[in-house]
Design a binder for this molecule. Structure first.
Ligand SMILES: [Zn+2]
Length: 230
């Protein structure tokens, strides 16, 4: 569901993880969670009152997280903290003011502006929501030079095309993990067939450890999906 970006300078950020974020990282550490205000993680808090983007600087890069959607999901331990007992999960959650009844999901594609390129990691649930948040952050869809789906779940590839199948980021190059693409391509998946397969000819692929672009290294984060990349 979430995406995160690894660049040369993230070590320090990771070292500053809170207990709450460490718990979440059992599944996947959302970079956006580090940038999101703690209050927004309280279940039931309306996402409509939240800003749709946040900017921060990472080395020479300007990073913008886009909030393109949110929803509440019941029984969070079915997804997070599966490696600990219910008692421990409840105790750590309570100590960090996190509801154990529902988790609030935030869909946060991330823009990395390197100065010469505008790289969009993941595309959200649909083209309209992502375009709107992108515009609010000061970007046009035509500004995006590269689109990098971290994995092929619907909340990451949904915004690649609109409902008519038109490319949202028509001027962009597409780059994604080879293993992830191959595993979905073998399956008959409706979302993949609708969003990814039509773009396959344009897609370039990378492996773990490769430079996605200069200064951005792909990290294998397999498990959430067969070939998910960070
Ligand atoms: Zn996912």
């Amino acid at each position: 569901m979430f995406s995160y970006v690894t660049a040369n300078t993230t070590k320090e950020t990771h070292a500053q993880l809170t207990r709450r974020q460490t718990l979440l990282s059992g599944a996947a550490l959302p970079l956006a969670a580090a940038a999101a205000p703690t209050a927004t993680l309280v279940a039931g808090h309306s996402a409509t009152t939240m800003p749709t983007h946040r900017d921060f600087t990472l080395g020479d890069f300007r990073v913008t997280t886009l909030l393109v959607g949110s929803r509440s999901v019941e029984s969070p331990q079915n997804i997070f903290g599966m490696n600990v007992s219910a008692d421990e999960f409840n105790e750590v959650s309570a100590a960090n003011f996190i509801s154990t009844e529902a988790a609030q999901f935030f869909f946060t594609p991330t823009v990395v502006n390197t100065g010469s390129e505008v790289i969009l990691f993941d595309t959200g649930l649909n083209a309209a929501g992502t375009s709107k948040a992108l515009n609010a952050a000061g970007y046009e869809t035509s500004d995006v030079t590269h689109v990098v789906p971290t994995h092929m779940h619907g909340d990451h590839i949904g915004g690649l095309t609109d409902e008519s199948g038109n490319e949202t980021f028509a001027g962009a190059a597409y780059v994604t993990g080879q293993e992830e693409f191959d595993s979905w391509a073998k399956a008959e998946n409706e979302g993949f067939n609708a969003k990814l397969r039509p773009l396959a000819e344009k897609m370039a692929f990378f492996q773990g450890g490769a430079d996605v672009r200069s200064g951005i290294t792909a990290v294998e984060a397999f498990g959430h999906t067969p070939g998910r990349m960070g």
